[in-house]
Ligand binder design. Structure first.
Ligand SMILES: Cc1cc2nc3c(=O)[nH]c(=O)nc-3n(C[C@H](O)[C@H](O)[C@H](O)COP(=O)(O)OP(=O)(O)OC[C@H]3O[C@@H](n4cnc5c(N)ncnc54)[C@H](O)[C@@H]3O)c2cc1C
Length: 407
């Protein structure tokens, strides 16, 4: 039984199918939503560079036919005296699922660190609904600016890690495009990026940081670094030094914590709420129970999709090995590089120590993500649709018959 159908859970199910495990064992995947979400491309919903169907294929499309899908909310589990039972809440009632082997891959949620006003005045950016709502508020802000001459609209993004930086760049591009459409200059919008650390992207190579800083400056994003956030209010972001960054809307990307439902399982958790696991990703004291991805405190691996997918492959091999009575393999963290969008049609990548941006960064990022999509048939459809979109844009830019571009 796999709990969670994100990068860890879905890729695990596919690997179990590829290893032939599903021929001898029933595999059930439980997830609260009926579709997988390819989070690294969520930003492009704001700029209409990707469509929802491309990054959120349904499990009916990407889960192998040999696996069973249960759509429901995991609400806790009992793991004692050889019984492994998980409670799943569904629209039409509760379900108790039992299995010999259980893998927890429930991911993380936004963390407001208990700061006042964050929950009520700031929004997270982790789901399709979040992305759609943010896009609507950018369009709405430009319309407000057009209706109120002389007034500027302002957005604040808290957290200058990869999510905050990528978001600031795409938000700027969408907002500026909307302002241009209304005949207004980009100066009618202000974007603020706030972080308590003195530098953006502290975990990234300095070359990538430099490229990101350049792109943010080009878009007029104002950086407020080295000062913590004390809270959020209807007026904006309150800083620890007593200053306020005025903002009409605030996006919170400053922290994450493991899925809260882990508190309803009997496992030991670390200070950050994650389940400590050994190198085989098995939960100590619970043979046949594994934890991976954002919820697992394993070797010093960051909470990324890259890590979750590689851990899923190790867990799949270990489950197959356990069924054959063979020894388990160990997970070792190996960073493969970083990639990030830096606005519409722009991206940067750092692969094997080589940093590049521009068209090379954009094409590399798109190709890598296409290859990383969970299902080859889905990836083919997405690739063809991106190709069609690029050809259409090139034709529109070149053809004397096409109407003048609005963006
Ligand atoms: C906006 C954004 C952009 C990102 N970009 C990148 C990137 O470019 N590169 C990168 O490597 N990483 C990126 N990450 C991080 C990456 O997405 C996560 O580290 C990765 O998804 C972790 O995989 P996971 O399987 O642990 O969790 P997830 O992929 O989050 O999957 C968890 C699943 O469990 C489900 N679930 C949770 N609780 C319950 C419950 N109680 N009942 C039922 N279902 C439940 C969730 O709905 C979800 O489907 C990004 C994250 C975000 C938010």
């Amino acid at each position: 039984m796999i709990l969670g159908g994100g990068f860890g859970g879905l890729y695990l199910a596919r690997a179990l199918d590829a290893l032939g495990v599903t021929r001898s064992a029933g595999v059930t995947l439980v997830n609260r939503a009926p579709a997988f979400l390819f989070l690294p491309l969520l930003y492009e919903i704001l700029t209409d560079e990707v469509a929802a169907w491309q990054i959120a294929p349904s499990f009916a499309e990407v889960l192998p036919g040999s696996c069973r899908f249960v759509c429901g909310e995991v609400a806790g589990g009992e793991f004692h005296a050889g019984r492994r039972a998980v409670l799943v809440r569904q629209a039409d009632g509760d379900l108790v699922l039992e299995a010999d082997t259980v893998v927890l891959a429930l991911g993380s949620v936004s963390d407001d660190f208990g700061l006042p006003g964050v929950r009520s005045h700031a929004r997270p950016f982790r789901s399709l609904a979040d992305a759609r709502a943010l896009k609507a508020s950018l369009i709405d802000a430009a319309q407000r600016a057009a209706a109120a001459p002389g007034e500027t609209v302002s957005f604040a993004i808290v957290g200058a890690g990869p999510s905050g930086v990528e978001l600031a760049a795409v938000m700027a591009d969408r907002l500026h495009a909307e302002l241009r459409r209304a005949g207004l200059p980009p100066a009618r919008a202000q974007l603020h990026l706030i972080d308590r650390l003195p530098e953006i992207l502290p975990q990234y190579a300095s070359a990538l940081r430099h490229l990101a800083r350049r792109e943010l400056a080009r878009r007029g994003v104002e950086l407020h670094l080295g000062v913590g956030v004390a809270g959020c209010s209807a007026a904006g972001v309150e800083l620890e030094n007593g200053a306020r960054v005025a903002a009409d809307a605030i996006v919170w990307t400053a922290g994450s914590r493991p899925a809260p439902v882990l508190a309803d399982f009997p496992f030991v958790r670390d200070r950050r709420g994650r389940i400590p696991v050994g190198r085989t990703l098995e939960v100590p004291g619970f043979p046949g129970v594994y934890a991976l991805g954002d919820i697992a405190a394993s070797v010093a691996a960051p909470a990324t999709a890259q890590v979750a997918v590689r851990q899923a492959l190790i867990v799949a091999r270990n489950i197959a090995a356990a069924l054959r009575g063979e020894p388990s393999r160990e997970y070792h963290y190996e960073p493969l590089g970083e990639m990030m969008t830096l606005g519409r049609g722009a991206a940067a990548a750092n692969i094997l120590g080589l940093a590049f941006d521009g068209i090379a960064g954009y094409v590399t990022r798109r190709l890598v993500y296409l290859l990383a999509m969970p299902d080859p048939w889905h990836a083919t459809k997405v690739g063809l649709s991106w190709l069609g979109q690029s050809l259409e844009e090139a034709w529109q830019a070149w053809s004397p018959l096409s109407p003048p571009a609005t963006e």
